[in-house]
Design a protein around this ligand. Structure first.
Ligand code: ZN
Ligand code: ZN
Length: 175
């Protein structure tokens, strides 16, 4: 569990007609790290809290910018990522907190003052991090022959190789 005072939702701030919460925290404060990835901007959270009986429904989104090295062409690129944030807190008159077996359904005693969302936010971001970052889906990568970036240059190496293969096929099948 992370310790953070900066990402706590205070229940007394949740009004009957719904309330909005906004947070902006550096990735380092959420212990967000991933090999080959950087977080040049803070993690932004927008959350709407709505009261419904003895429950409060939280709905919102988490977003940030990542800087990564393309797995194919090795160029650095930036990409905006975002993820939904959704959970329900139910308040009990007596007893609690209870383990509901559902991560998105939290049961707390009525006397609870606030709820730390940092772990939730952290997990939402981790789910969106690319396993194999690509600058573009159709990135052409580097030429295996000369190492040139095929998005920027047409070195011709691959072309020659392809032609050779076609020539062999043509010979085999008599064109
Ligand atoms: Zn690339
Ligand atoms: Zn080449």
């Amino acid at each position: 569990m992370l310790f953070s005072d900066f990402m706590k939702v205070e229940f007394r701030q949740v009004k009957a007609g719904g309330s909005e919460f906004r947070f902006s925290v550096p990735a380092a404060d959420l212990e967000l790290e991933a090999e080959g990835l950087k977080f040049p901007e803070p993690i932004e959270v927008e959350l709407t809290a709505t009261k419904s009986g003895d429950e409060v429904i939280f709905q919102g989104a988490v977003s940030t910018l990542i800087e990564a090295e393309c797995a194919r062409c090795l160029e650095l690129f930036e990409k905006q990522i975002s993820s939904k944030l959704q959970f329900v807190i139910q308040f009990l008159d007596v007893g609690g907190p209870e383990d509901t077996g559902d991560d998105d359904f939290v049961v707390l005693p009525k006397t609870t003052a606030d709820y730390d969302i940092s772990e939730r936010v952290r997990e939402a971001i981790i789910l969106e991090l690319p396993f194999k970052p690509l600058c573009e889906l159709n990135c052409r990568g580097l030429c295996p022959m000369c190492g040139g970036n095929l998005n920027e240059t047409d070195c011709g190496c691959t072309q020659d190789k392809t032609d050779e293969r076609w020539d062999t096929l043509r010979q085999l099948f008599g064109d």
